[in-house]
Design a protein around this ligand. Sequence first.
Ligand code: DC
Length: 231
Amino acid sequence: MSKKITIAIDGFSSTGKSTLAKQLANKLGYVYVDTGAMYRAVTLYAMQKEYISADFFNKEALIKALPKIKLQFIFNSDLGFGEMFLNDSNVEKQIRKIEVSGFVSKVAEISEVRSKLVEQQQEMGKNKGIVMDGRDIGTVVFPEAELKIFMNATASTRAQRRYDELQAKGDQVTYEAVLKNVEERDYIDTHRADSPLIVAEDATEIDNSNLSRDEQFDLVIALVNEVTKTL
Ligand code: DC
């Protein structure tokens, strides 16, 4: 059995990072961590406490409440991955809603939020054998990761994918609203002062606008094999 490595998957929203990360974790017997779910759960908490709304954001109150926010991934064997629990409640479905997507980039800009979550993420990955996806995994969380992938696709391709997913779940959204959300998050994610989304120098970039899931998976597994054979 080859040595376990750390795989960091970063990229724009709705580029299929989590699909690829889950496929890899399954194939390799690694742990999968969706760091976006952690930022989403903190956002849900802020919404529940009414710290954030369309025209208002009490950042100080959220920062003060951070020690009260308990985040856990609890493995669901039917789904094959860990579901997000916020203060002991399963919030996996709620955090995927477009209302949460609308606020999450604003919450993810806060340095105190980022440092709390980065610390937890580093702890989860300390024994390697992990596939983690997000925006700053190869640059901030695991700059020493043996394999770094940066995923991209056109905004319209990504919006269509996210729209199809939300429709399938019965969410009443328009394609235009989803595209607007994707473009707004791209802007905030790449322009924030703390840990903006950038391509790590040693990352392999994949534009999957015209790649099937299987083609993409084969490409990345070849990269994993290349890295592990040198260890
Ligand atoms: O991957 P996602 O769309 O579920 O992520 C939700 C938001 O969280 C995204 O707009 C940016 C933020 N995020 C982040 O800033 N850093 C991460 N490591 C993961 C997500």
